[in-house]
Design a binder for this molecule. Structure first.
Ligand code: SF4
Length: 325
């Protein structure tokens, strides 16, 4: 079982499930010491086994992270899903756990759908024959409604999505998480500790201010022993849809995303241009890879998707030769 290390724990935390939890020298001064020492969190959560059972027919589970909001994480998740499902042999699911900002139903063109339940659990909404989605957005009576939940209630819904959705047989489940490294991230990693996670994809834009938060995200993954499939640089440059001229919108002021990835020894999966067609497809709930398959952004998604698949199928991290320039 994966050792759970809270975000606010000191560097040498022995893990909240360990025998030394709350008693090790590293625990001195830790804000969680009382609860860890009490042994309350050592009791295995019975739902973790139920989640593993529910997801036993899902071959690969991938978390999609971003350090900051507004970097296009949900759009990237949606287009990775569309790209993976363009192979009709593959069954793909997308789980949206961005509880307070669920944008996936709109991006995928299923905004007015409602979740139905059967004897097997909640049925996901089918975008295509081999692409399904579950989102808290389906539980709201109006897309304008705000979800004002915190802590336990949010974690309870994430657990319910993992335990009670009847995905059927899936090749890939992409899990779109909220920005940052919050409670929800720790919860999902804990809830999936028995079911297993292939790894995380981290989405960022090229500005240094975004990269600062990506470094935190990378450290978060390393602390949780969560494999990093790689970093995706989104909105890296503008490719004019008419003349195909490329303009660099955010020229790197330091090492840039690929330099930062090298420095932190994580794979760089490639860059996706800032493309008006991406926004158009997202606003209209259309698949970019299917609607504009020859656009530079659709080609970038295809290349990145191949690397993600390669990682999942062979458990091999992409190499620098795989990098898209
Ligand atoms: S008290 Fe708990 S969270 Fe803090 S360092 Fe010890 S085991 Fe880790």
């Amino acid at each position: 079982m994966m050792e759970v290390v809270p975000e606010n724990a000191p560097e040498h935390c022995p893990g909240t499930q360990s025998e030394d939890a709350g008693k090790a020298s590293a625990c001195a001064g830790c804000p969680n010491q009382t609860i860890c020492a009490s042994g309350q969190i050592k009791e295995p959560d019975p739902d973790i086994a139920k989640i593993a059972e529910c997801l036993s027919h899902v071959k690969h589970k991938i978390l999609v992270f971003s350090g900051k909001g507004g970097v296009g994480k949900s759009t990237v998740t949606a287009n990775l899903g569309f790209s993976l499902s363009s192979n009709p042999e593959q069954e793909v699911g997308i789980l949206d756990i961005d509880i307070c900002g669920p944008s996936m139903p709109r991006i995928m063109g299923v905004m007015n759908e409602q979740v139905h339940s059967s004897g097997y659990g909640w049925s996901p909404i089918y975008v295509e024959d081999n692409l399904s989605i579950m989102s808290p957005g389906f539980l709201l009576s109006s897309p304008k409604d705000a979800v004002i939940w915190r802590g336990a209630k949010k974690n309870g819904l994430i657990k319910q999505f993992l335990r009670d959705v009847d995905w059927g047989e899936l090749d890939y489940l992409l899990i779109d998480t909220p920005p940052g490294t919050s409670d929800e991230h720790l919860s999902i990693v804990n809830f999936l500790s028995k079911a297993g996670i292939d790894g995380a994809v981290i989405v960022t834009t090229p500005q240094e201010v975004a990269l600062l938060d990506v470094r935190k995200e990378i450290n978060f993954c390393k602390k949780l022993n969560l494999p990093i499939i790689g970093i995706i640089e989104n909105m890296s440059k503008l490719v004019c849809p008419k003349c195909q001229h490329t303009s660099i919108i955010f020229p790197p002021t330091a090492k840039g995303v690929d330099g930062m990835a090298r420095e932190m020894q994580v794979p760089y999966l490639g860059d996706i241009p800032l493309d008006p067609l991406v926004g158009k497809c997202g606003d209209n709930g259309k698949s970019l890879p299917h609607t504009f398959p020859t656009s530079p952004s659709a080609i970038a998604y295809k290349n990145i998707t191949e690397k993600v698949q390669k990682f999942c199928l062979n458990n091999v991290a992409p190499t620098s030769e795989d990098t898209i320039n």
